[in-house]
Design a binder for this molecule. Structure first.
Ligand code: FAD
Length: 226
């Protein structure tokens, strides 16, 4: 079977759709599937404690690697070392290196197990509160459009006709939870404002996979150029 890249994606529902999936929860995600890369290096004990509240913290910690120290490098030299990550046992968990792809896979499986629905290849374009006298239930309307995010330089495959037929819709919800990152559309729609600032510096981000032996030989106790 040929996977066009959209095998996890459903058509957008008709406007006004209400989902009834047990917990009555729908997650809107521009990605086509769970992440297969990682942008996180270390997951902290408190994060594991929160993850365990939904039943996945220990399972994720078990496949990670405890992180006892970190070394920071810049301009070809080491700036310094951070040690003692695991010395103060305030939690049953320790700082652990585990890929974000693994965290996402566990969370996704648990969410689906609990009856959650994911609308993939879609994004929120606005949230408005229905606080008119006619609707005292305090529901809100979430505007959604078909939108595909794939991490550059990868490009999204063309949309199959079934997924392109309806390119925008709206959902009616009792609550809208904005978990849409630093440029949150939910926050902007509700006029909540944002206190923060841009960094003046530029950052270079890279995912690097090393064989165990290479990491030991070059990365840890040797110089950056070893
Ligand atoms: C390079 C890097 C390394 C990091 N390393 C670590 C680490 O080692 N340990 C650690 O604890 N933290 C780390 N962080 C920080 C951590 O990744 C963030 O604090 C965390 O991801 C923030 O979570 P979030 O859910 O608020 O936002 P995000 O993780 O940014 O998630 C927001 C999601 O919302 C989606 N979205 C955006 N707009 C819309 C929309 N309109 N509609 C629907 N969906 C939308 C996005 O596609 C995204 O999936 C790192 C961050 C970076 C950039």
């Amino acid at each position: 079977m040929v996977d066009s890249g959209y095998s996890h994606v459903d058509p957008l529902p008709e406007p006004g759709t209400e989902y009834d999936v047990g917990v009555r929860c729908v997650l809107i995600d521009p990605h086509l599937k769970n992440g297969d890369g990682s942008k996180a290096a270390v997951t902290m004990p408190r994060s594991f404690e929160m993850l365990e509240r939904v039943g996945v913290g220990t399972a994720i910690a078990d496949v990670g690697r405890p992180a006892g120290l970190a070394r920071l490098g810049s301009n070809g030299g080491w700036l310094g070392k951070i040690t003692g990550f695991t010395s103060a046992r305030l939690s049953q968990y320790v700082p652990t290196a585990v890929g974000q792809n693994i965290v996402e896979a566990h969370l996704c499986a648990r969410y689906l197990e609990l009856g959650g629905k994911i609308l993939r290849a879609a994004r929120v374009t606005g949230v408005s509160e229905d606080d008119t006298a006619a609707d005292e239930s305090g529901r809100c309307t979430v505007a959604v459009e078909r939108y595909v995010y794939v991490r550059p330089p990868a490009q999204a495959p063309p949309l199959p006709p079934a997924l392109a037929a309806l390119t925008s819709t709206s959902l009616s919800a009792r609550f809208a939870v904005g978990a849409d990152g630093k440029q949150s559309m939910v926050r902007e729609s509700l006029g909540l404002g944002y206190e923060g600032h841009e960094y003046a510096q530029s950052f270079f981000l890279a995912d690097v996979e090393l064989e165990e032996g290479v990491a030991e030989a070059t990365g840890w106790e040797r110089g950056l150029h070893a």
